[in-house]
Design a protein around this ligand. Structure first.
Ligand code: F1P
Length: 341
């Protein structure tokens, strides 16, 4: 995280230096929409990024799997800024989407880890996330750094529009707190390891989150699938009552993302619904949750930045669950470092 922030924050003006974007203030002001494309973990980081851009820059934004986008003859709009996300910078679905967009005259930025990779070369500008050359097949640090990069991009776009200096300062202070807070979360590894032993018996797990928590739930469920091979499903907490409550029973543990924000009471109500059906609950929250069987308490940051931190204990949970099951974490089955077909 230090590496992605280094040299990019300008405290004097509560803004950021993102020279590599090749997007000056006038061009940034002209952006009417942001469309983010990526696959797997990078798509989930993009979902968080889209919310940050809507919240901080008030620009409509959404994320879509690049693997879908490239097949649907999408309308390419000149006032939309397209952002391609990839750890490896070589994922073919993302590269194909970028090439298609460029062919149709769109402006495409890349948020990429590997310097000089195909997607980085093809994009008109962008940011490197500096998660290190040692990243493994299953993206973890890169997920964190990509979400931080999106916070910087949101801040940059926001400061050319409605975001006040005060809010810019608030977000910058929040970003600076992150490395220390991540260390705090990592100190809970022993507790998380114990929890993982309990979950290793599960045949399936449900992950829920609302709005900011939903991409975190999706990413946590993907991590668990990738390394432990336990079936996991992520659902928006607000959709529970539209069907999935039927699944709740003691044998299906639920992992709930419960940040201390304006949706806390709504999220607590979802926990009650699950408890009423004797579901086991593990909450990731900023304070102990009475309805949960276990709570992993993470430090609070600015509301918009909370998703960055809340996924980290669940990366550890997936890791230790996989270890408890004797899985080869560095070589998960059926998964390549970059999917190039
Ligand atoms: C995308 C991705 C990863 C996943 C696995 C397969 O990679 O879906 O998120 O963990 O490695 O590819 P990338 O485009 O971010 O390199």
């Amino acid at each position: 995280v230090d590496r992605v922030l280094r040299g990019r924050i300008d405290d004097r003006f509560s803004t950021v230096h993102l020279g590599g974007l090749n997007l000056d203030a006038r061009e940034a002001r002209a952006v009417r929409r942001v469309k983010i494309l990526g696959c797997g973990t990078s798509y989930h980081a993009g979902m968080i990024g889209a919310q940050m851009i809507e919240e901080l820059a008030r620009i409509p934004a959404d994320a879509e799997p690049a693997s879908e986008f490239r097949y649907r003859n999408a309308v390419v709009d000149p006032d939309t800024l397209y952002v391609a996300v990839s750890q490896s910078g070589e994922t073919y679905d993302v590269l194909a989407a970028v090439q298609e967009l460029k062919r149709k005259g769109a402006r495409v930025l890349g948020i990429v880890n590997v310097v000089g990779s195909a997607i980085a070369r093809e994009a008109d500008g962008g940011m490197y996330v500096h998660a290190g050359p040692e990243v493994c097949v299953v993206s973890t640090k890169c997920f964190t750094n990509t979400t931080v990069a999106f916070a910087l991009l949101a801040l940059h776009l926001g400061r050319t529009r409605d975001l006040s200096v005060r809010d810019g300062k608030r977000i910058i202070e929040g970003l600076r707190k992150l490395p220390g807070q991540i260390s705090e979360v990592l100190k809970q590894e022993e507790q998380i390891k114990e929890l993982a032993k309990q979950f290793a018996d599960a045949r399936s797990m449900l992950f829920i989150g609302r709005v900011r928590g939903y991409p975190v739930a999706r990413e946590a469920s993907l991590k668990l699938k990738e390394v432990s091979y336990i079936h996991a499903e992520a659902y928006p907490a607000s959709e529970l009552k539209h069907g999935p409550l039927a699944l709740i029973e003691p044998a299906l543990p639920t992992v709930a993302i419960v940040p201390d924000d304006d949706l806390l009471e709504k999220n607590r109500a979802a926990l009650e619904e699950i408890k009423a059906r004797s579901g086991q609950i593990l909450a990731v929250a900023h304070q102990e949750q009475e309805k949960a069987d276990h709570t992993i308490v993470v430090p609070k940051n600015e509301d918009e930045l909370d998703p960055i931190l809340m996924g980290i204990p669940l990366q550890l949970l997936a890791y230790h669950t996989a270890l408890a099951l004797g899985r080869d974490i560095d070589k998960p089955r059926n998964l390549a470092k970059s999917v190039t077909v």
